[in-house]
Design a protein around this ligand. Structure first.
Ligand code: SF4
Length: 405
């Protein structure tokens, strides 16, 4: 994408969900492939000023949800957070419109004063990265906090009066036994969080963990062990009324993350900050993944976006299935069709149905009424099943013009 005047930005319709990416962390975790860097030695103030400028230029009015992620937004000082939220309020009026305002936090940078300040600024939900309840695992992960600190941060958030709290955890770690995970999850549940995100450890490209795996320094869990972790987690959390509404996300009724549900529904959203992705209409775009260049572009009134794409109608249909199947409630063919921006759905025109049928014959997908969802056999293969639908993007025959919305 060529740089052009930042003032000539796309206009997002009012109520579009807004994501703000704050890329600074206390240290880089060894498994993490997000665009995030240790804050030390970085121009945090300059980057914040650039993000605030982008908010003024591109943030939608009256966003339905607001999510501050990263990175570790809680690393910012109270005065920095205040400035950022003031800019958000002035540009968007989110305090009158957002049904949910989430901030991602890490235990080393969340105390009661900060949690109270966040509440005063309009935050309704905190997501706290515990990741593990074992000191040696936190060390292996490269985390800078201890286990006690995680519990203290959670208590601080509760005392401050935050009503919706998520705890992030990672399971199936090298050397972890199911019994250890069971004990750890039970300890976490004793805190009574409204929401738990529990992720199976993955070894992403360009991470230290991936290198250590290739060098044989880390032993991954077997597929069978991962399955045991997965099913026990799902069933145990269901028994505590924290129902899996997505592959890795569990919530008490009324505490599902509305911002993320919009992603899985293939909805539109605006992302601001370095590397942040936006999806508006049929276009997806992403900001530059370089701090200095991001600051420079914002300072010189240039476009912060580095790429954009316009997936074909069939590609959008495949993405709608791919995302929708992550949710326990699945989706109907008509929903996928509409989310892809297509009209006049009819079964004979829908190439996704053939894939759904095939997956159903394999026992991976089931149908209840109009809705398709992963079966018990399909859940562990969710990624592979969902990827089948992404192949729709490779269809040679474009969608007929009369079906395009
Ligand atoms: S704190 Fe979160 S964003 Fe930062 S490096 Fe660790 S996992 Fe990545």
């Amino acid at each position: 994408m060529t740089a052009s005047g930042a003032g000539r930005q796309f206009e997002a319709p009012p109520s579009t969900p807004l994501y703000v990416h704050l890329p600074f962390c206390a240290a880089k975790c060894h498994y993490c492939d997000f665009f995030s860097v240790p804050a030390e030695g970085q121009d945090v103030e300059g980057t914040l000023a650039a993000v605030e400028l982008e908010i003024r230029l591109r943030a939608p009015r009256a966003p339905r949800t607001l999510f501050l992620g990263g990175g570790t937004p809680s690393l910012l000082s109270i005065s920095q957070l205040r400035r950022l939220f003031d800019a958000l309020q002035q540009s968007t009026g989110f305090r009158d419109s957002a049904v949910e305002v989430t901030v991602e936090c890490n235990p080393e940078s969340l105390d009661e004063d900060k949690a109270r300040a966040l509440l005063d600024l309009g935050v309704t939900r905190l997501s706290i990265g515990f990741q593990s309840l074992r000191g040696e695992t936190l060390e292996l992960f490269g985390r800078v906090h201890g286990v006690d600190q995680s519990f203290r941060a959670f208590d601080a958030a509760r005392r401050a009066g935050i009503k919706s709290l998520n705890i992030d955890l990672i399971y199936a770690n090298p050397g972890q036994t199911l019994e250890q995970w069971q004990a750890d999850l039970r300890r976490v549940l004793a805190l009574e969080p409204e929401h738990i995100s529990a992720y199976n450890l993955t070894f992403e490209e360009d991470t230290l963990f991936r290198r250590w795996l290739q060098q044989g320094r880390l032993q991954p869990q077997s597929d069978d062990a991962e399955l045991e972790f997965f099913w026990w987690t799902r069933e145990h959390l269901a028994s505590t009324a924290r129902v899996a509404y997505e592959i890795s996300n569990f919530a008490l009724n009324g505490h599902q993350c509305a911002h993320n549900i919009n992603y899985w529904n293939n909805g539109t959203y605006v992302g601001v900050g370095p590397s942040a992705v936006s999806k508006l209409g049929f276009e997806r775009s992403g900001n530059i993944r370089h701090l200095g260049e991001y600051r420079r572009r914002m300072a010189q009134n240039e476009d912060p976006r580095d790429w954009d794409e316009r997936p074909s109608a069939w590609a959008r249909l495949g993405e709608s299935w791919w995302l929708g199947l992550r949710r326990t409630e699945g989706l109907s063919a008509l929903e996928a069709w509409t989310r892809a921006g297509l009209k006049d759905w009819r079964p004979e025109a829908d190439p996704a149905l053939e894939i759904a049928q095939r997956s159903s014959e394999q026992g991976w997908l089931g149908q209840v009424g109009e809705r398709w969802a992963l079966t018990r056999r399909g859940w562990p293969l969710a990624d592979a099943v969902a990827r089948e639908f992404l192949r729709l993007g490779q269809l040679n025959q474009p969608a007929p013009a009369e079906l395009l919305g």
